[in-house]
Design a binder for this molecule. Structure first.
Ligand code: NDP
Length: 285
């Protein structure tokens, strides 16, 4: 039996469920959720992410628009677009694709989005609510990781989980969500001493550092569950690869996510779920 956690399949099931939910919502409320994505510049990675998000939304029945602006847009102009979308009652979700050009302060932009429409869950209000365990929209990648672990039948309560990486969008929030599931969580980062000793203690190892094949098989406890968040270009062949040396690690781990086809599809599916949730929260207000 394969020990690969198939994120593509889990994400597909989630998207199908959402499509059915959107049909029901339209019957009840007479409209479907509406997502607006703002893309600044033409970075190929960002363009590809935005295209993927638009395609997923359309397939689910979520109305969606991509507003494209050149790299030269000023912060003021971008904030004015967000203010307009905030005021538009027919818009349920607003997403600004990151990163933004250097002359624009990302934190200002994130904070300008109405928290109720913040489908990425990056707004300080939503981040605060998540840490306080109050009902709110949850960040997509951490949410997707928890869903993947649960769908793969992995017990979290009481397990030693090591998260390598402490970013605001992955490492820290996923650690909090794991804590909420009663896992015992260790967060490692670039200053962690003896990283291998730390990772070898993990029943569940989550890696989000952005370094190709950095975690090798000898850093994994035999039988551990490994979630690879990394998205890198493999310097050997130019293909996508993760932060974990998958070829070797799959023989040590009891379960492991591939790259691509693991966490990535879950992130997009969870973004769609967040859009539907934002719609539902706004409509019952
Ligand atoms: P960041 O660059 O924001 O953070 C990287 C983290 O890794 C930092 O906390 C850093 O430590 C830590 N780190 C770097 N080098 C080492 C090292 N040698 N040993 C231990 N820790 C180290 O990255 P993100 O969290 O945004 O993304 C991580 C990866 O996940 C990237 O490849 C990204 O593309 C991918 N990603 C994938 C998503 C998906 O949907 N599949 C979504 C989001 C990200 P320190 O804090 O000390 O600097």
């Amino acid at each position: 039996m394969s020990n690969i956690i198939n994120g593509k399949e889990v994400a597909k099931a989630l998207r199908e469920g959402l499509a059915a939910r959107v049909v029901e919502l339209e019957k009840i409320h007479g409209r479907t959720p509406n997502l607006v994505v703002i893309l600044v510049g033409e970075d190929p990675g960002s363009v590809s992410y935005v295209t993927g998000k638009a395609k997923a939304a359309t397939e689910i029945g979520i109305r969606n628009t991509t507003i494209r602006r050149p790299e030269t847009i000023t912060e003021e102009e971008l904030l004015a677009i967000i203010a307009e979308l905030n005021a538009d009652a027919d818009v349920d979700g607003i997403l600004v694709q990151l990163p933004l050009p250097k002359h624009i302060d990302e934190q200002n932009v994130i904070a300008a989005i109405l928290p109720e429409k913040d489908v990425d869950a990056f707004h300080p209000c939503n981040v605060g609510k998540m840490w306080l365990k109050q009902p709110t929209v949850l960040p997509c990648t951490p949410k997707g990781i928890i869903k993947l672990l649960k769908e793969s039948g992995t017990e979290l309560s009481g397990k030693n989980v090591v998260v390598v990486g402490r970013s605001n969008i992955v490492g820290q929030p996923v650690s909090k969500l794991l804590l909420n599931e009663n896992a015992t969580v260790t967060i490692a980062h670039s200053r962690t001493a003896n990283l291998k000793e730390v990772t070898l203690r993990a029943d569940i190892l989550i890696v989000a550092i952005g370094k190709e094949r950095f975690v090798t098989a000898d850093m994994i406890k035999p039988g551990a569950v490994v979630i690879d968040v990394g998205v890198n270009r493999d310097s050997r062949n130019g293909k996508l690869c993760g932060d974990v040396d998958f070829e070797e690690a799959q023989h040590v781990a009891s379960k492991i996510t591939p790259v691509p086809g693991g966490v990535g599809p879950m992130t997009i599916a969870c973004l769609m779920e967040n859009t539907v949730e934002c719609f539902e929260r706004r409509i019952v207000k």
